[in-house]
Design a protein around this ligand. Structure first.
Ligand SMILES: [Mn+2]
Length: 490
C-alpha cells in the first residue's frame, strides 16, 4: 500500500460518488478506479498475461422469485461491484489491462421500461455516474471489443472455497487482491460498522422480556436502513435467545427468530448491515433482563478474555490458525477455572477439546462478501482438524486485511454427548458441573478488525464488558431514548 492515491482520503476525492443523502456515507467512484488500477497493475506483473489483454466481467442479473412475476431486490454481484461499483443489473464491464481504460456495457431497455420503471438513461449518464472511460450498449459488446483487437479476453472462473459453488467466470490471480483493503474501502467498512454497532445498541435498549426475537431483527434492520441507508443486511440475522443462542446459524427459514424472549435468557444477536455492497458482521451477547447471572458472567468473561487475547496478538505476519488455537486455549483454561473441565490444558488441546465448545472458526475475511473471498489461495491449505477445519482462511495476516474476531463458547447437546461418550475427552469433563450448563445456550463476541502496520484497528464499537453492558442496559430501561421515540420526534 505505497500508492499515493491509496493514502488519499475520501474528502479529497472530488467527482462522482454514491450517496444516499442525510448522514449516509459518500463513497467516491474513485474507490473503484483504484481497484481497477490495482487489478491491472497485478495483471501486468504476471508473466502469464500477454500484452494487449482485456478483462471482461459480467455483472449480476435481475431475478424473479422462482417462476412467479415477483422481482427480488437486486444486489450487485460482488466481483463486479468491487471492480465497477455499478448498482444496476444486467451489465458487463471491460478493462484494457495495458492502458487501464474501462468500459461498461448497459442493457438497451425496451420502451415499456419508461412506462413501468422510469426514465431510460443514455449511456453518457452512466459514463458520468461511474466515472468510466466508455459506456456502450450490451448488444455492442462483440463489435466494441473486436475493435480493440485484444490478444486475449480474461474472464473470471473459480470455485468459492466456502460454498463450493463455481462462480461463473476465470481465476486470474489479479482479483485475489480483494483481500487487501484500500483506505477508501476501509472507510466504507468503518461506516458499516459504525451504523451496525449503533443498531445493536438500539436493540439492547429496546429489548424486553416477552418480546419476540424477530422484533429485535426488525428493529436492527429498521435502524440500519433509516439511519444508514442500508437496504440489505450482510446475511440473515441470527437472533437466538435462551438455548437458541447455541444454534450457530439460527434464524433461517426453519427457525426464523420466532421464540419469545424469556426472563433469564441469554441473547446472542449476530447481525450486520450492508452499505453499497460492503458488509459488517457483529455479534452481541447479553442477558435479556439486563443482568448477568454468575454462570452467564463466567462464560461471557471467558469468551471476552479470548477475544481480547487474540486482538492483542494480531499483527502482520501472524498465522490465523494460531489465533484460533490461542482462543481455544484461553477457553479451556477458563472452563477449567469455572469447574466444567478438569486436568491439564495441554492434554485437552491434544484431544481437540476446544472444538466441543467452539466448533466454528475464530473468524473470517470480511469485505464485499461477509465471508470474503481469498481465504485459501494456492499454497494455503485447510487444516483438517476439529475446529480448525471450519476456518474460512488459514492465511498469514497482512496489513489491510479485514477480518472478524468471533470466539464463542456454546453448550451444544450433540457435541457434549459426543465428548462424554469419548473416553479421551470425557476424562476432562466434570459432568456434575456441566449439567448446570445444559440449556444455557452460548456466548459469541464478534468484532470486525483491520490489520494495521503494528497491530489492528477495531472497527466495531458496542458495550463489551459485563459492566458496560449492564450499565448500558440499566440506563436504557430508565430512559425514553428508544429509537422509536427518536424517530417520531423527527
Ligand atoms: Mn462472522
Amino acid at each position: 500500500m505505497t500508492d499515493e492515491v491509496q493514502r488519499g482520503n475520501m474528502a479529497a476525492a472530488e467527482g462522482p460518488s454514491f450517496w444516499l443523502g442525510n448522514e449516509t456515507l459518500k463513497v467516491p467512484a474513485a474507490l473503484f478506479a483504484l481497484n481497477r488500477k490495482r487489478l491491472c497493475d497485478r495483471l501486468r506483473g504476471n508473466k502469464d498475461v500477454q500484452k494487449n489483454a482485456i478483462v471482461l466481467m459480467q455483472g449480476g442479473e435481475e431475478a424473479q422469485r422462482y417462476c412467479t412475476d415477483t422481482g427480488i431486490v437486486f444486489r450487485q454481484e460482488s466481483y463486479f461491484h468491487w471492480t465497477f461499483g455499478v448498482t444496476e443489473p444486467d451489465c458487463y464491464g471491460a478493462i484494457d489491462v495495458d492502458t487501464g481504460k474501462s468500459i461498461v456495457f448497459v442493457p438497451k431497455l425496451p420502451e415499456s421500461y419508461a412506462v413501468w420503471m422510469g426514465k431510460i438513461h443514455h449511456p453518457e449518464y452512466f459514463r458520468e455516474k461511474y466515472a468510466v472511460d466508455e459506456v456502450h450498449y450490451k448488444d455492442e459488446i462483440t463489435s466494441v471489443l473486436a475493435s480493440k483487437k485484444p490478444s486475449v479476453l480474461l474472464t473470471l472462473r473459480g470455485v468459492n472455497t466456502d460454498s463450493g459453488n463455481i462462480s461463473r467466470e476465470a481465476s486470474f490471480e489479479g482479483i485475489s487482491h480483494r483481500v487487501i483493503k484500500t483506505d477508501m474501502e476501509l472507510e466504507v467498512l468503518r461506516y458499516t460498522n459504525k451504523i451496525s454497532s449503533e443498531a445493536h445498541k438500539e436493540v439492547m435498549k429496546a429489548i424486553k422480556v416477552g418480546m419476540k426475537e424477530y422484533e429485535m431483527e426488525s428493529l436492527f434492520q429498521h435502524y440500519c436502513y433509516t439511519r444508514g441507508g442500508m437496504r440489505h443486511t450482510s446475511y440473515t440475522c441470527i437472533c437466538g435467545s435462551g438455548n437458541n443462542s447455541s444454534v450457530l446459524h439460527y434464524g433461517h427459514a426453519g427457525a426464523p427468530n420466532d421464540k419469545t424472549v424469556e426472563d433469564g435468557d441469554l441473547c446472542l444477536f449476530d447481525m450486520g448491515g450492508e452499505y453499497y455492497c460492503y458488509a459488517s458482521d457483529i455479534t452481541c451477547t447479553f442477558p435479556a433482563n439486563g443482568k448477568f447471572t454468575p454462570d452467564q458472567r463466567a462464560i461471557y468473561e471467558a469468551v471476552l478474555k479470548s477475544s481480547r487475547a487474540v486482538m492483542k496478538a494480531i499483527k502482520p505476519g501472524v498465522a490465523w490458525p494460531d489465533m484460533h488455537r490461542l482462543a481455544d486455549r484461553v477457553h479451556l483454561e477458563e472452563l477449567t477455572k469455572i469447574g466444567i473441565l478438569k486436568g491439564n490444558v495441554d492434554d485437552m488441546v491434544k484431544v481437540h477439546l476446544g472444538a466441543i465448545f467452539m466448533p466454528h472458526g475464530l473468524g473470517h475475511l470480511l469485505g464485499i462478501d461477509v465471508h470474503d473471498v481469498g481465504g485459501y489461495p494456492e499454497g494455503v491449505d485447510r487444516i483438517n482438524l476439529p475446529g480448525l477445519k471450519s476456518l474460512r482462511t488459514a492465511r498469514v495476516l497482512k496489513e489491510g486485511m479485514v477480518l472478524t474476531v468471533e470466539p464463542g463458547i456454546y453448550f451444544i447437546d450433540r457435541l457434549l454427548d459426543q465428548a462424554l461418550n469419548d473416553p479421551s475427552q470425557s476424562c476432562f469433563i466434570n459432568n456434575e458441573v456441566l449439567q448446570r450448563f445444559r440449556r444455557f445456550g452460548g456466548v459469541r463476541i464478534e468484532d470486525d478488525i483491520a490489520v494495521a502496520a503494528n497491530g489492528m484497528e477495531l472497527l466495531t464499537c458496542v458495550p463489551r464488558t459485563v459492566e458496560e453492558i449492564e450499565a448500558f442496559m440499566a440506563e436504557a430501561q430508565g430512559s425514553t431514548k428508544s429509537f422509536d421515540s427518536l424517530a417520531s420526534q423527527k
